[in-house]
Design a protein around this ligand. Sequence first.
Ligand SMILES: CC(=O)SCCNC(=O)CCNC(=O)[C@H](O)C(C)(C)COP(=O)(O)OP(=O)(O)OC[C@H]1O[C@@H](n2cnc3c(N)ncnc32)[C@H](O)[C@@H]1OP(=O)(O)O
Ligand SMILES: CC(C)C(=O)C(=O)O
Ligand SMILES: [Mg+2]
Length: 515
Amino acid sequence: MRKINVFDTTLRDGEQSAGVNLNFQEKLEIAKQLERLGVDIIEAGFPASSQGDFSSVQAIAQTVKGSSVTGLARSLERDIETTWEALKDSAEPRIHVFLATSPIHMEYKLKMTPDEVVENAVAAVKLAASKFPQVQWSAEDASRTELPFLARIIKEVIDAGATVINLPDTVGYTTPYEIGQMFKYVSENVSNIHKAILSTHNHDDLGMAVANSLAAIQNGAGQVECTINGIGERAGNAALEEIAVALNIRQDHYQADTGIVLKEIKRTSTLVSKLTGMVVPSNKAVVGNNAFAHESGIHQDGVLKNKETYEIITPELVGVSSNRMVLGKHSGRHAFKDKLKELGFNGTDEELQKIFIAFKDLADKKKEITEEDLFALMTEATVGTAIAHYELETLQVNYGTINIPTATITMKLPSGEVVQEAATGSGSVEAIYNTLERVIDGPVLLTDYRIQSISGGRDALAEVYVNVKYDGVESSGRGTAHDVLEASAKAYINAVNRTINRQQYNQKLTKSVNV
Ligand SMILES: CC(=O)SCCNC(=O)CCNC(=O)[C@H](O)C(C)(C)COP(=O)(O)OP(=O)(O)OC[C@H]1O[C@@H](n2cnc3c(N)ncnc32)[C@H](O)[C@@H]1OP(=O)(O)O
Ligand SMILES: CC(C)C(=O)C(=O)O
Ligand SMILES: [Mg+2]
């Protein structure tokens, strides 16, 4: 099995994502997690680009011991000297020097002839090698570089002291076949290539970064450069987690593996997402919220019978505690029955059928069916009580900039009696909740309150979500109305009613066990 070195560039290329700016402490936190993840090399930043990058690269190099730390430098004496200052105290100082080699970059960006580029690259690598035991040299835009020129410059920089040669697909232009051919060409046409490790670095502009990385590995790359969650310049870089898991799951095909501690993947992904503010899409491979969620009846049935029918990666492998069966409009009886059993349901097949029909009906109207919904359905089918124990009859709120907000509420109690109460609060919602607390039997603690409009425009419906602790039980509730105050009252009452439903169901269960 070939060992592939993982070069993580989340803190350098990843931070080049538009809108991302990590501070010193955040970079250090991510670096420590990358060390736990077992990456071989951490590219901690670009020391010559700013004082902030210099300090964080230096601090990371002094803190992290389990991974090698490197910094990026242009082919300039001052960049190389600054990188040396940042990294000279690390265990095995390592630099990453780059220079573009494609015709378009040489002519328009660098304004250099190919000969000048070779001369400049050789001088930079010689200077770097006089200080650093490990010198990585990157041919920026390698995938758009003429192959004979690429071979020529690689031979020269290896002779000058480069120990790693990186061939980036800087603009995400290449294809798996082409990148394979490029690595093959270099392996076969650079006489001293055995003195260096070949590395691959791919961008995702055409959505092929991971596929290109794997193709490069198949054709001789011994190092892969990537970022957590695939963040990076423009459409991002190849995602570390996808490469590591693909090599692990398809060892039969690639005959190569990384030393990545796979069970640290989810945690690393979450940390990077949180600190960069870059949300991981739900359908993202390996780390997306839906990566281990089964939604449709046929899949859920298969997974319940044998996980391998629909799971090629076990969630535990990457640090996710378990798979998830999502109950929704596509679910079937097998998964539904399984979930009900988990919630303690031990009713008859007839009751189950009744609940299933009600569930399908609800799932057509509601995106996600929560446990409280299921308890409500079970209660209706088995206890037979109405779901609305407390019912709002009327609500009136008196609000003005110079008045104390006051709410007056008429409610139907579980006993059927209708009562009226009033209370004040520092705001209208608080006044409503203070009034409801007077009517409802027992204290209710509000732990979360969220409001959103369901559609655009001034007449949009307001939807309020609350979490309450009632009678020692956490419960959520939802209320929809044209008015935010009415929606707020409904959500609160709904949460209390759901708790009562749940308790009634549990009581029924206990009784049937005791009988
Ligand atoms: C493919 C990649 O991801 S490369 C890394 C990209 N990352 C970054 O650029 C992030 C950090 N960059 C920065 O903070 C700034 O760009 C700095 C501090 C590095 C440079 O800033 P400035 O001096 O203002 O230059 P600016 O960024 O506008 O232009 C880049 C200059 O570097 C030159 N250059 C580009 N690549 C290289 C290289 N590998 N070696 C030498 N010079 C280079 C350009 O030709 C240009 O030179 P010019 O001023 O003579 O035309
Ligand atoms: C600096 C180099 C390696 C780079 O990020 C690229 O070419 O994409
Ligand atoms: Mg890049």
